[in-house]
Ligand binder design. Sequence first.
Ligand SMILES: Cc1ncc(COP(=O)(O)O)c(C=O)c1O
Length: 453
Amino acid sequence: MNRETASVNIKTLPPGPNARRWSEFHRRYAARSTYHEGFVWDRSKPAIGPFCTDVDGNVILDFVSHVASSALGYNHPELVRMAARLQAIDPDRYAGCDFIGAWGEEPERSEIPTPSHLHYKLMEITAQFGFGSAFFSNSGAEAVENAMKICYDHKQNYGYGICFYGAFHGRTLGALSLNRSKKIQRDFFPQIPNIVDFPYCTCRHHPCRCGWMVCCTGKEGLRSRLEHFLDPDIGLVDPGEVAFIILEPIQGEGGYNVPSMYFMKEVARLAKQYSIPLISDEVQSGMGRTGKWWAIEHFGIKPDIITVAKPLRVGATLGKTDLFPQQEFRISSTWGEGNALSSAIGYTIIEVIQRENLLDNASRMGNYFLDQLRGLQKKYSFIHDVRGIGLMDAIEIHSRERRDQIIRKAFERGLLLLGCGYKVIRFLPTLDIHRREIDLALEILEAACKEAE
Ligand SMILES: Cc1ncc(COP(=O)(O)O)c(C=O)c1O
């Protein structure tokens, strides 16, 4: 498949017979989960950039990049080469928190990036925050779990945790306590005590109307709810008892919500004032997706901890060294620091982003895409909002049914999209997306909107 000439090609209306067969085969024993109805990627068939082939031979334009997990699309030559060099060594996952996995005699002359090298690379792209420590794990949820543990350990108390409406931080038993996007993610699961939530302000006007600002007795004028909560005189908790504040600098599963600058600055100000560690969960928004390495940089804020996973291929909790546990046995995971293949791929992804200037591409192509989406909004009144930064973009549709219909119609025409929030369609194409590929996606999206009118 040649990326320059590749196009969508629908031979059998997806999901075709083979997709149905695979789906049935897989789901016979697979526990119910978040499966997409219909897209079955044929890993044995041609794929390049944002194009892949499904099991019925349809060429699909993938605008969700495995929910941000394939930042460079399918079969990027450098990643394929790296994987080929490593695939003959077993185990590819080893007890990395117990034994260090090296490559060659000297780390400086290693031909293959190991998890140790990935630490260095990540420190390079978080230097602006003064980070000095990294801990790897197996997923985004684990990266979040470890971030929380690091903060509780640092504070040496069983204190409060602060999260925001619309948040999604993972599905493990600890991380789900922080979720505020869908009821089903938390119902009947026991949760970490003392997690308190506040509005996530996306208002474009100040003072806002979302409930983030309140008028409180005893103090003059409007203040943020968080300021009121933490106020040593009239607040509800001793700020010293708050172990962490966690937020997504752009909410992912909650609906691709872009927060207001005022809100972000206020959260950062209060975190600093009361020495509360601020965790930026960049599992979906990080690693260049928004045109900067970390989405929080768009707000001029320096977090204390960042969590990342999907595009890095390993879960990682990165942060200021003085926050991390000084005792052994506080954080560890058999495969966490021993995921050889994924660490080498993660390292190479960062190198490719740097060398090919893909932050710049994500900004330029993102701006172009958002402009075109705004054009589409003028034509279709059911598109209520267009939002995003860089290549983390979305449109909000007036009803959930129509949103689902547009996603289905687009897929039948070969464009793979996903929903998020209640009635939002998200777009997260590869970071090296070409203008031609964006135009193709827009053409299909417009046709799907026309059909759904
Ligand atoms: C912001 C954020 N945090 C955490 C997670 C959980 O990551 P994982 O599914 O790898 O556990 C996700 C997943 O979508 C996410 O978007």
